[in-house]
Design a protein around this ligand. Structure first.
Ligand code: QV4
Length: 474
């Protein structure tokens, strides 16, 4: 179940973290469809506990499978899926199959008004009782398969996916979403579930809904969150044949390289050459909603110049199933999404350039990022050719004769003639500007009959990337 069911030449997913369904519907129509995004990963859709201060992570603590959360209700969800599918943007839901809510005392009320007693493993809204869960124990040794798969991840009540009842409830929940028109799922905490149980669940799911434009017999796309830094007892390899797997080493290594800890020239063998999963099994990202909050090598929106360079490389180099992160501003791990005094999530607002202003970061609306989504569409099905580097942190390469990317992460200028592999003509750099009414608002490059052009990226330029492609030819 590795096919994401993209429309036409599209091939980038964006994670609209914590967005409301009505805002996503609007975004599909006004921005994502027109800009050629292939799909959206949405936050968990089913009822969750209400945690004090409304941290984003409360949504990873389910109470029932009713589709009411701070992002909206079932009707709004269905409306979003239909409107996004209508403009060729697929919806993938972040689903929690591993666990229910954690150690909250007494009776709690969820976002759909359902009561539960998490500490007692009592979730009448499903219903689940204690017998549907593994016995309580703590994960202390992450290389102990039993602990990782049968104990409680941060105290979250651990469902027993080998039980017929649990399986039937999970399948019913996922089938309900398929009926509503989704194209697939991000499976949260997949590593904490036995792959045989997941195989049973995935293979029992309905085909995608033909009323939403999916061909007959389309299987839901599955991408599984398995954090494997290499050498883990529970490895990504146990899951990769069931569906795609998040390739966390991609995120760590790309961050490391663009932070300057590893010369960019080594990126020539990016992908399986670095020990990553085969391309069609790897869900790739510069950062995700978890590791963008951790200190370390991973880049996030707070280092914009490096982040844009890393994202340009991510989207220009043909490896993996690409996902772009779209964040809200945060100070610490618990910062909630932008919300009003009544704790309702607020809609993003945009300035005249289309950038988000009210606490939403919207990386996907940064020109340097959405332009690379367009680049990736324009060069689809071409190979990397004409790799060049300066032996250090300046690199360039072509995608067939359709696109060219150059990056300068050295502290001195890149100024020289390079092979762009493009047909003769003048091209706009889609990073520093765009092609508007037949002329370039940013840099332009004139390519001669041999495919060469003069490339300049100053070390103090606003962006350290230059990107040309055939759809932005003057
Ligand atoms: C606290 C203590 C625990 C204690 C527990 C019970 O920290 O030591 O056992 O109480 O008394 C929140 C709090 C966390 C709290 C927990 C339970 O942050 O402090 O535990 O709730 O009440 C998200 C957040 C977590 C959050 C969780 C549930 O990241 O902080 O925990 O949601 O709300 C591993 C896994 C991987 C996982 C990753 C974070 O292999 O699968 O850790 N990633 C996914 C999601 C992630 C999500 C979960 C899994 C859980 O991407 O966002 O965790 O659904 O690497």
């Amino acid at each position: 179940q590795h096919n994401p069911h993209w429309w036409g030449n599209r091939n980038t997913i964006v994670h609209l973290f914590e967005w409301k369904w009505s805002d996503i519907a609007q975004e599909c129509e006004s921005f994502l469809g027109p800009r050629g995004f292939a799909g959206v990963q949405v936050s968990p859709v089913n009822e969750n506990i209400i945690a004090a201060g409304r941290p984003w992570w409360e949504r990873y603590q389910p109470i029932s499978y009713k589709l009411t959360t701070r992002s909206g209700n079932e009707e709004e969800f269905g409306d979003m899926v239909r409107r996004c599918n209508d403009v060729g943007v697929r919806i993938y839901v972040d689903v929690l199959l591993n666990h229910m809510s954690g150690d909250f005392d007494g009776v709690v009320v969820g976002t759909a008004g359902t009561e539960a007693e998490p500490r007692e493993k009592s979730f009448p809204g499903v219903p689940y009782t204690a017998q549907d869960f593994h016995p309580t124990c703590e994960i202390t040794d992450w290389n102990d398969r039993f602990q990782v798969q049968q104990c409680e991840l941060v105290g979250l009540k651990d469902l027993d996916q080998s039980s017929d009842w649990v399986r039937s409830k999970l399948i019913e929940f996922l089938d309900h979403l398929i009926e509503l028109g989704v194209a697939g799922f991000r499976v949260d905490a997949a590593k904490h579930m036995a792959s045989e149980d997941l195989e049973y669940i995935y293979s029992s799911l309905s085909n995608l809904n033909i009323d939403h434009g999916f061909p007959h017999n389309s299987r839901p796309f599955i991408f599984q969150e398995v954090i494997d830094h290499g050498h883990e007892t529970v490895s990504r390899d146990e899951y990769k044949d069931l569906g795609a797997v998040t390739e966390f080493r991609f995120s760590e290594e790309i961050g490391n390289a663009f932070r300057g800890n590893n010369a960019l020239k080594w990126l020539q063998s990016w992908g399986t050459g670095w020990g990553f999963l085969p391309s069609g099994q790897a869900l790739t990202f510069v950062d995700n909603h978890d590791n963008q909050r951790d200190a370390g090598a991973v880049l996030n929106y707070k280092s914009p110049k490096q982040y844009k360079m890393a994202t340009a490389f991510h989207l220009a180099y043909p490896y993996g199933i690409s996902r772009v992160m779209s964040s809200f501003a945060f100070d610490d791990h618990d910062t909630p999404p932008p919300q009003d005094a009544q704790e309702r999530i607020v809609s993003p607002e945009f300035d005249e350039d289309g950038a988000c202003v009210n606490g939403w970061i919207c990386e996907h609306r940064w020109r340097q990022i959405y332009a690379m989504v367009g680049f990736k569409n324009a060069v689809r099905d071409t190979e990397v050719t004409g790799w060049w580097d300066n032996g250090d942190n300046q690199i360039s390469f072509c995608r067939g004769n359709k696109g060219f990317l150059a990056i300068n992460n050295n502290l001195y200028d890149l100024s020289q003639d390079l092979n762009t592999c493009l047909p003769e003509g003048t091209y706009c750099d889609v990073i520093s500007g765009s092609l508007i009414d037949g002329s370039c608002t940013g840099k332009s490059v004139t390519v001669n009959e041999y495919g060469f052009g003069y490339i300049h990226i100053g070390s103090d330029d606003f962006d350290g990337v230059l990107a040309l492609h055939v759809d932005a030819r003057v």
